[in-house]
Design a protein around this ligand. Structure first.
Ligand SMILES: NC(=O)c1ccc[n+]([C@@H]2O[C@H](COP(=O)([O-])OP(=O)(O)OC[C@H]3O[C@@H](n4cnc5c(N)ncnc54)[C@H](OP(=O)(O)O)[C@@H]3O)[C@@H](O)[C@H]2O)c1
Length: 329
């Protein structure tokens, strides 16, 4: 079977290699074997390949924070899934054709969710949901401002926020995205840059913005914080600029803004397994009903991993880059 191994940490498209490895074998007691049908290349995977992500295992290492698979065999004692089920995997190392994991690590999902979307259920949808639920107490009608609004997470925040009655100010890098984001429920769209706070205040008619959500870091975070009302909250969950968080000390000291960081695993870790399963069950139904999705720009075979990884790093790529390791999806 084929698997992606990193030979070293470095330029992602140079260090990923599609290698032939022995099959994972039959499932032992309590284990599940599944074929990986599709996986996305997320920014965190790019960081993993670069060696800048929080996890830096010994080499060779296999990347892949999420995937969707089809169960081909289960060991004795496994009751939560059966052969043929579509599953998402709570464990990593998913850039491969086949996985053997503990039964408790996989969650069965409805088979009628399109495979390309199901591949992206595990990380971004709960991230968007918990960013809106766990950071600040928000009521229907409240304003939220976010950057990278056209990212997969940003689009989910627009949709999940609207479903909760929240109103969103969406900061992006180019005006050509406005029509598309408005069509999915964005209240206001704005291009990032100087005077962001003044432009946002004018757009919301002076209403208080309760929460600022940042995935760029650097000065972009400071601009988001400047849009948030006194006493409001700013949360950072990504660093697309590669920078560290910057924030005006006056926003912290005089205006009482609080800044915190979000990591999905840490926030899911506060919940019981039953609560986690309920979150995924709810999001799976929303995905099945077409209420949440993410655009896909291209799907590559596993042998073309270097091209896929390079494509995933392009600006304005227009959607997620997926890999289908066991044939087209
Ligand atoms: N903390 C967590 O637990 C967690 C979980 C999930 C995701 N994340 C983070 O969430 C962020 C979005 O992830 P995703 O999968 O939704 O991304 P994605 O769909 O791959 O989109 C990437 C986005 O980043 C924007 N971008 C890239 N470089 C940028 C820069 N230098 N300045 C401003 N914007 C830039 C792109 O804008 P253009 O379209 O203009 O190129 C695009 O909107 C990432 O930082 C990711 O690491 C964090």
């Amino acid at each position: 079977m084929k698997r992606i191994d990193l030979s070293e940490y470095g330029v992602p498209e140079h260090v990923v290699h599609c290698v032939e490895v022995p099959d994972v074998g039959a499932p032992g007691p309590g284990e599940v074997v599944f074929d990986v049908l599709a996986f996305p290349i997320n920014p965190a995977d790019i960081g993993f390949c670069s060696g800048t992500y929080r996890l830096r295992p010994p080499l060779p290492a296999t990347p892949g924070a999420e995937c969707v698979g089809r169960v081909i065999a289960v060991g004795t004692g496994v009751v939560n899934v059966q052969p043929g089920d579509h599953v998402i995997n709570l464990q990593r190392e998913n850039w491969t054709q086949r996985r053997r994991v503990k039964g408790e690590d996989v969650i069965a999902i409805p088979k009628n969710i399109p495979i390309r979307q199901a591949a992206m259920l595990r990380i971004n949808p709960p991230t968007a949901q918990l960013l809106l639920s766990d950071v600040a107490p928000l009521q229907p009608g409240d304003w939220v401002v976010q950057n990278v609004a056209n990212s997969a997470v940003g689009r989910l925040i627009i949709r999940l926020g609207r479903a909760r009655g929240l109103r969103t100010v969406n900061v992006v890098r180019r005006e050509s995205l406005f029509a598309e984001l408005h069509a999915m429920g964005a209240d206001i769209c704005i291009v990032d840059g100087p005077d962001l706070a003044a432009r946002v205040a004018q757009a919301v008619g002076g209403a208080p913005v309760k929460l600022g959500i940042d995935a760029v870091c650097g000065e972009a975070l400071a601009r988001i914080a400047s849009c948030v009302a006194d006493g409001g909250a700013v949360v950072t969950y990504g660093a697309m600029s590669g920078g560290q968080p910057a924030i005006d000390r006056g926003d912290l000291m005089f205006r009482g803004i609080t800044l915190s960081g979000f990591m999905l695993g840490r926030f899911l870790g506060r919940r019981s397994l039953g609560e986690i399963q309920a979150i995924f069950a709810d999001l799976a139904v929303q995905m099945q009903d077409g209420k949440i999705d993410a655009p896909v720009a291209a799907v590559y075979p596993i042998e073309q991993i270097a091209e896929a990884v390079a494509h995933a790093q392009r600006e304005a790529k227009g959607g997620k880059i997926l890999v289908a390791p066991n044939g087209p999806v």
